[in-house]
Design a protein around this ligand. Structure first.
Ligand code: ZN
Ligand code: ZN
Length: 362
């Protein structure tokens, strides 16, 4: 099968190559991938700004159908519509694992960076990571469960956004737009900030319920405009989703005294911030790293119940072979979520003949 792989560490070194189709070991399943989202993390992997274990197939946001069951897998059948959590391995013994924070396990190996991921027709995952996709939710929207689970963990969990909060979000990319919808679903108001390059995404943010959108390149005092739009001296919560240093500075300006600052975007490098503001305003500064298991059912529920609209977020589709084009679409910032379609329109079903009669396909 074809797969988008990081072949070696260093900048670039990502290409579409042929690999063996995987088989399911004990307590694992093979998923036939219907849709796989490209994440900002994938771009960082291309740029060598995120740790990987090459050669490795990229892709950690997925939905598909079960194509093969490994020994001992209970409660699942070939053809079941599923999405999967991304931690292929966590130790289960360390302090963080025992605290229910496997995202912080030092030995964590996730699909798409340290284990083969979803930018291929098939991938293997532990069956304990599976979640059933409700019938009413199209698989390509179910592929948004992972980024939404990250947002649920960050916004509702770590930053604790709740009804009545006034929130400013920087960066109207896919995570920012999911965060926006989550903030609105939680009963909080939200202002979205972006640059001139984001104008299409800012329009999308408006249509997805932002109380105001601000193009920071087109106003004299963007921080003041954000505070005016929120009708407060300073926001209760600010959430940085852009991974751009100037956005972080601006949010430190917008957040009010006693407020909360939450970092969700990755910069990929050290940045300079005026940390004195954290003292003067007595801020609570938090960050989030991927997701925790409890965020997943909630994310799926929000998508299935349409409190978070996945349709509007997905703006591009590409077959695997058009990886370069897909990556350019992500980098252009013209759309929001870019989806790869590894199954390429083929009918879902058992993998080869193996799941049917146990014979290795030729
Ligand atoms: Zn992601
Ligand atoms: Zn651990």
């Amino acid at each position: 099968m074809r797969a988008v792989r990081k072949m070696a560490s260093g900048k670039g070194n990502v290409s579409v190559v042929d690999v063996e189709e995987p088989t399911a070991g004990p307590d694992q399943v093979v998923i036939e991938v219907a849709a796989a989202g490209i994440c900002g993390t994938d771009v960082h992997i291309v740029e060598d700004e995120f740790p990987t274990r090459p050669p490795v197939t990229l892709g950690h946001e997925l939905a598909g159908t079960i194509a093969e069951l490994g020994e001992g897998v209970d409660g699942w059948s070939v053809g079941d519509r599923v999405t999967s959590e991304t931690y292929f391995y966590t130790c289960g013994r360390c302090l963080q694992c025992r605290r229910g924070r496997p995202n912080l396990c030092a030995d964590r190996r996730s699909i798409g960076s340290k284990e083969d991921g979803a930018f291929a027709r098939y991938l293997v995952v532990p069956s304990k990571n599976l979640l059933r996709v409700p019938d009413e939710l199209p698989l390509e929207q179910a592929a948004l469960t992972e980024p939404l689970a990250c947002a649920v963990h960050g916004v509702l969990g770590v930053a604790g956004v709740t009804a009545g909060d006034r929130v400013a979000i920087a960066g109207p990319g896919p995570i920012g737009l999911l965060t926006l919808q989550l903030v609105r679903a939680a009963g909080a108001s939200a202002v979205m900030l972006g640059t001139h390059q984001d104008s299409a995404r800012l329009r999308l943010a408006s249509s997805l319920g932002a109380d105001a959108v601000i193009d920071v390149d087109s106003v004299e005092d963007a921080s003041g405009a954000a505070r005016d739009a929120l009708a407060v001296d300073g926001a209760d919560v600010v959430i940085e989703c852009s991974g751009a240093g100037p956005a972080a500075s601006m949010l430190l300006d917008i957040v009010g005294k006693g407020g909360r600052y939450c970092q969700m975007g990755l910069y990929g490098k050290p940045i300079v911030l005026d940390q004195d503001v954290v003292c003067y305003k007595e801020l609570t500064v938090t960050g989030t790293n991927a997701s925790v298991p409890t965020a997943w059912p909630r994310a799926l529920e929000l998508l299935a119940g349409r409190q978070v609209d996945g349709t509007a977020i997905i703006t591009h589709h590409f077959p695997l072979e058009h990886w370069d084009e897909a990556l350019s679409a992500v980098r252009s910032k013209q759309g929001a979520k870019v989806i790869l379609t590894p199954r390429n329109g083929g009918a879902p079903g058992a993998k080869g003949r193996k799941a049917v009669d146990g014979v290795q396909p030729g």
